[in-house]
Design a protein around this ligand. Structure first.
Ligand SMILES: NC(=O)c1ccc[n+]([C@@H]2O[C@H](COP(=O)([O-])OP(=O)(O)OC[C@H]3O[C@@H](n4cnc5c(N)ncnc54)[C@H](O)[C@@H]3O)[C@@H](O)[C@H]2O)c1
Length: 427
């Protein structure tokens, strides 16, 4: 099957490479010339485990190509995926400018009937807007299928190839079946729904996961007051199969390119429909408070932060990605700089992206030398390498042995035995 994927970011690139690997002929298009230049050479502009090998393999087997010529990509393909960004708009809704631009391009360039597959996360009703934007420029039939993506950065290739489910929403049964056919080789559950349901499934799923996180963060606050340990509480809750252990990790708040904007967008969808989504309001409020916790805990431990040397472990919004969008590190580092602390930051892959965000902080590749004369460590991203450090050696180099564990992943008993003052979240 000939497929075009328009928008070659985290989602488009993974979808394009995986669809090619399933045997389709895929062309990925993007307006970013530099990115496409890199990709043609098999270089990956983002950090995503397993993706580089997959891209190189499918380029060399001639199933995957990259172009900036969106028009040609659309002409040559019967199925066109839209995977451009849908950033938060001013009113809280997703900004559909990029999605509708692409839909128009598809209509204007159509040389035959097309199936437009919307993979970007979009508000309920967008399927109709996409169809209108394309159809008004052509006589050929434009079918639209909503196919939200559930991959997680950091395990995106595996998530795409081994999904819990694939959701396909369309009023055009034939188009829905054609798109479902692309996923059949995965052997996963394929749920075919109305376009409205498919669009809402995506927002409701992300908002539910964000709710789980904010829920356990509130439980953590209670734990601190009553002397319980939220890690034990979450384990005890999670062993109940009705609840499940995932997304019950208390910590310094969620970030990333999806949860914050999708929670806002679901609230806006509800509001437009005349419904006030109370729970989501609380979820957002709790999350913004959680992101402020590390600085609060440092102040509690150190008093004034003026001139204090703080080593920040982890910058990306979660491990195994270099994505800095809405990362907790942004709130924490800006908070520390406002308090006139001296910040030295370490991240295995996100340093380049962080340099575009922060001014006035130092970076290091080596925790042991960064820790020299440090007043505190604050862990914000649970990269594996931070769990395996020699904390005895680190503590010996520090001016004061204080650690704020924003993800509750460090070995509390061991750190305390070494002489650290340990501050977790809810323990
Ligand atoms: N990142 C995730 O983990 C994730 C997971 C599930 C769903 N989503 C959703 O998928 C969509 C894409 O997210 P992303 O993280 O891949 O975004 P991204 O910002 O990484 O990539 C978007 C790409 O689209 C390109 N683009 C913009 N306008 C274009 C145009 N007119 N023609 C061609 N290319 C164009 C940009 O240059 C960019 O490379 C969003 O709606 C997002 O909410 C993201």
């Amino acid at each position: 099957m000939k497929i075009a994927v328009i928008g070659t970011g985290y989602v488009g690139l993974v979808a394009g490479a995986c669809l090619a690997d399933l045997g389709n002929e895929v062309v990925c298009a993007d307006i970013d010339e530099a990115k496409m230049g890199m990709l043609r050479k098999g270089q990956i502009p983002i950090y995503e485990p397993g993706l580089e090998e997959l891209v190189r393999k499918n380029i060399s087997e001639k199933r995957l190509s990259f172009t900036i010529d969106t028009v040609a990509a659309c002409r040559d393909s019967k199925i066109i995926f839209i995977a451009v960004g849908t950033p938060q708009g001013e009113d809280g809704h997703a900004d559909l400018k990029y999605v509708l631009d692409v839909a128009e391009t598809i209509g204007k360039s159509a040389n035959g009937p097309k199936i437009i597959v919307d993979k970007s996360t979009v508000p309920v009703g967008t399927s109709h807007s996409v169809r209108n934007a394309a159809q008004r420029h052509t006589e050929h039939s434009m079918s639209v299928v909503s196919n939200p993506e559930f991959l997680r950065e950091g395990s995106a290739v595996r998530d795409f190839l081994e999904p819990d489910r694939v959701v396909i929403g369309s009023n055009d049964r034939e188009a829905a079946e054609t798109v479902a056919g692309l996923y059949r080789p995965l052997g996963c559950y394929i749920l075919i729904t109305s376009p409205e349901s498919a669009e809402l499934i995506k927002y409701a799923s992300n908002s539910f996961l964000a709710t789980k996180i904010s829920f356990i963060n509130e439980v953590a606050a209670i734990c601190e007051k009553v002397g319980a340990d939220v890690v034990e509480v979450a384990k005890g809750m999670g062993l109940d199969r009705r609840i499940g252990r995932q997304f019950l990790n208390a910590g310094a708040g969620y970030g990333g390119s999806c949860f914050p904007k999708d929670v806002k967008a679901l609230r806006k969808t509800a509001k437009d429909a005349g419904y006030d989504f109370e729970i989501m309001k609380a979820v957002e409020k709790i999350n913004s408070l959680q992101k402020k916790l590390p600085v609060k805990k440092l102040k509690k431990a150190l008093g004034s932060l003026v001139g204090k040397k703080i080593v920040v472990l982890g910058l990306s919004f979660k491990p195994n990605t270099d994505d800095m969008r809405e990362a907790t590190s942004i709130e924490v580092i800006n908070g520390l700089l406002r308090k006139k602390a001296e910040v030295i930051a370490i991240d295995p892959v996100a340093e380049a992206k962080a340099r575009e965000i922060f001014a006035g902080i130092a970076y290091s590749k080596d925790v042991y030398s960064a820790a020299k004369n440090a007043d505190a460590l604050v862990l914000l991203t649970e990269w594996n390498e931070f769990l395996e450090l020699d904390y005895g050696k680190i503590g010996a180099a520090m001016r004061s042995m204080i650690v704020v564990d924003g993800r509750n992943v460090l070995d509390v008993a061991r750190l305390r035995a070494l002489g650290f003052r340990y501050f977790g979240v809810g323990r």
